[in-house]
Design a protein around this ligand. Structure first.
Ligand SMILES: NC(=O)c1ccc[n+]([C@@H]2O[C@H](COP(=O)([O-])OP(=O)(O)OC[C@H]3O[C@@H](n4cnc5c(N)ncnc54)[C@H](OP(=O)(O)O)[C@@H]3O)[C@@H](O)[C@H]2O)c1
Length: 199
């Protein structure tokens, strides 16, 4: 597949790198051409402008802070947009903006799929995405069947299992779950122990 990436930070690096390694063509379109070129050279992608990334291919990964996501994406009618942003307020672990993904879809006209937001960037950098003998599950929330099919394939291509998690209206639950888990984890709780498998 052909994937445009908005952003050249940690998530752009980790997911963009995995997709290149899986055989996809990736264009890095961060706001800084210099940083986009450096990242593209490191992971085997191509650098472009943010506009190039939005226009390129089958899907666009939006990997910028949630507060600027709609502005960075702009008008992108019909584009398949993978929204991995979390509008978590640092230190308070609440959401800055309710219904962020649905608002993003309404503002941009894009077919937004919330995905890849649940795990820390270091998880996406791991050599293997198999944990406790099982491939990592990736919950997806979206309204477009075609867009969901594209993002399911993006997840499968890096060894994950896509998990259909409902329409885009449920994306805020996915973000809230992330905020909740991060808050507990930062407080020292064993978050993994809350979901036993032997029941
Ligand atoms: N880090 C995680 O563990 C993690 C996990 C899941 C989801 N997420 C979400 O993924 C998104 C990206 O996180 P990250 O860890 O990749 O952050 P990051 O390493 O700080 O990278 C953020 C990227 O956004 C760009 N950016 C910042 N402000 C911008 C603006 N006003 N206009 C255009 N571009 C701007 C930055 O550009 P410059 O380099 O030019 O500053 C950088 O390329 C966030 O929404 C975050 O909530 C993060």
């Amino acid at each position: 597949m052909r994937i445009g990436v908005l952003g050249s930070g940690g998530m752009a690096d980790a997911l963009g790198g995995r997709w290149v390694a899986a055989g996809h063509e990736v264009v890095i379109g961060g706001r800084s051409r210099e940083r986009s070129e450096a990242l593209a050279a490191r992971i085997g992608a191509v650098a472009g402008s943010p506009e190039d990334a939005v226009a390129f291919g089958d899907a666009v990964l939006l990997a910028v802070p949630a507060a600027v996501a709609a502005q960075v994406l702009g008008h992108a009618p019909g584009r398949v947009v993978v929204d991995c942003t979390n509008s978590v307020v640092p230190g308070r672990f609440v959401l800055d903006e309710p219904r962020a993904a649905a608002r993003l879809a309404a503002a941009s006209g894009a077919d937004v799929v919330k995905a890849f937001n649940l795990c820390h960037v270091d998880v996406w950098r791991r050599p293997s995405l198999v944990f406790e003998g099982r491939p990592l599950g990736v919950p997806l929330c979206g309204d477009s069947a075609d867009a969901l099919a594209v993002v399911r394939e993006l997840a499968r291509s890096i060894g994950c299992v896509p998990v259909d998690a409902g329409p885009l209206a449920r994306a805020e639950l996915l973000e809230a779950t992330t905020a909740f888990a991060i808050g507990l984890w930062v407080g020292g709780a064993d978050v993994r122990a809350m979901f036993p498998t032997d029941v």
